[in-house]
Design a protein around this ligand. Structure first.
Ligand code: URP
Ligand code: ZN
Ligand code: ZN
Length: 479
């Protein structure tokens, strides 16, 4: 089954050019001027539009069991919502419970994800440590296509990784050619501040950002960076929400350290006044960690994207409906943490990034797909409009307008954090594996059509790092 995308401008990270794109059997087989449509091919008219790599959201949590409940968005509805917004691949997280075998957890998540309608992959969280975890990390890298491990420096008493786990797992990641990633917040400080606020009678969602100040994030980001520096392993920091963590990343990068930073569309756009909203449901709908910050931090994050010190954009899509958020009506610590956005990331980034001149179109492609594909080692299969790449493509209409609303979106959650936002620039068509799965407002997806994407380890570069690490070994003085 072939699809010819005709008359558009192809926008890749490195260049833009007028070209048609021919897809067959799930792959891009030609990019060039005046391509002929093979007989029976579907032709998509891309006149006046941009033809870009489908988005990669490197941070989602579909149907995550978390804080006593399960995220409302599952792999089928969540990947469908992504396709409606031009996102053709997600990287979700396997999060084993403390002491749970990590391979068993991996298989559990794989089973849940079988119903996905777009391609997907998994980071695996390291939430505890012993020799079996050390060995199983090797199996995941060698046999199961995992090249990134996640560490939650917050959520004390649940999935928090302390320094012992970070050190062991970062060192093991280097041996395996995998990249460690962290949720950077000092979980001990958060735990203490939460308790103090609650005991002072500040029990509503307004306490959430107060219990997780930017300094807690900056400290954890810097700690993870310095551990990675000593162990000589690259590091990826998820959902940077504040100036302090951005500064830690920028400083490390200026010193030549290989540190990557992700930012969420929500953290770029929403400020912390929302937690003081008089309606508990609205305030609670925004409870996620790290929290939304004051506008000073949003400005810093945009500058981080513009300067290249932050490389990827994500959503941390982790949806809980009002009845689930109500668990924390009398105690903000019990509000399930998480917000949505997988459907809206691309259009929010386009409107507020490209539309304001903060980002060029090529930079937009970098931060919505190419950089994630490169950092997680699936480039150019993903993140590129080029011959041989997967035909995961978004045709972008820069003139289309819409108002984001939970009434019209496809996400399985009763609140949209971008509700009411007016957007110019949206997908007209999305192709997944060479099939048109979204066209002019209509989704045509197939349950289970999504494939698990293997991500190989980083061989050559890590070999060099390991050699460098052993060269630096001290020699004992003989006396
Ligand atoms: O509040 C959030 N972010 N929920 C999902 C889990 C995480 O910390 O990423
Ligand atoms: Zn997190
Ligand atoms: Zn997350």
């Amino acid at each position: 089954m072939s699809v010819l995308i005709k008359g558009g401008t192809v926008v890749n990270a490195e260049q833009s050019l007028r070209a048609d794109v021919l897809c067959d059997n799930g792959l891009i087989i030609a990019v060039g001027r005046d391509l002929d449509a093979p007989s029976g091919a579907t032709v998509v008219d891309a006149g006046g539009q941009y033809v870009m790599p489908g988005g990669i959201d490197p941070h989602t949590h579909m149907q995550l069991p978390f804080m006593g409940t399960i995220a409302s968005e599952d792999f089928e509805s969540g990947t469908a919502a992504g396709l409606a917004g031009g996102t053709t691949m997600i990287i979700d997280f396997v999060i084993p419970g403390p002491q749970q075998n990590i391979i068993e957890a991996y298989h559990q998540w794989r089973e849940w994800a079988e119903k996905s309608v777009s391609d997907y992959s998994f980071h695996v969280a390291i939430t505890w440590w012993d020799d079996s975890v050390h060995d199983d990390m090797g199996t995941l890298v060698r046999d199961y296509g995992v090249n990134s491990f996640k560490h939650f420096m917050a959520y004390k008493g649940a999935i928090m990784a302390d320094d012992e786990i970070l050190v062991n797992s970062f060192a093991r990641s280097l041996e395996l050619g995998a990249i460690p990633t962290v949720h950077a917040e000092n979980g001990e400080l958060v735990f203490r501040l939460q308790k103090e606020l609650y005991e002072k009678g500040i029990t509503g969602p307004e306490a959430h950002p107060l219990s997780r100040p930017p300094e807690c994030e900056g400290e954890a980001a810097n700690r993870a960076i310095r551990i990675a520096e000593v162990l000589k392993v690259p590091l990826y920091i998820v959902h940077n929400s504040c100036r302090q963590s951005l500064e830690a990343i920028t400083r490390a990068r200026n010193e030549g350290q290989r540190v990557f930073g992700e930012v969420l569309a929500g953290h770029l756009m929403i400020d912390d006044s929302i937690y003081r909203h008089e309606d508990f449901e609205v305030a609670a709908a925004h409870v996620m960690s790290p929290p939304f910050r004051s506008s000073e931090h949003q400005d810093a994050l945009w500058r981080g994207l513009q300067s290249g010190n932050l490389q990827t954009t994500a959503t941390d899509h982790c949806c809980f409906c009002a009845d689930q958020k109500a668990a924390g009506k009398d105690d903000f610590r019990l509000i399930p943490n998480g917000t949505g956005g997988v459907e809206n990331r691309m259009e929010v980034l386009w409107h507020h990034g490209v539309g304001t001149g903060r980002l060029t179109m090529n930079e937009f492609v970098k931060v919505t797909s190419t950089n994630a594909a490169q950092i997680f080692n699936i480039y150019p299969r993903k993140g590129s409009i080029s011959v041989g790449a997967d035909a995961d493509i978004v045709v972008w209409d820069p003139e289309a307008t819409k108002t984001i609303s939970t009434k019209t979106d496809h996400q399985n959650v009763d609140y949209n954090i971008f509700e009411g936002m007016e957007i110019k620039g949206c997908p007209s068509h999305t192709l997944s594996q060479g099939k048109v799965v979204y066209a002019n407002g209509e989704l045509t997806v197939e349950r289970g059509a999504g494939r698990y994407v293997d991500r190989p380890p980083f061989a050559a570069y890590y070999d060099a790092l390991q050699k460098q690490a052993s060269l630096a070994e001290p020699v004992a003085v003989k006396r």
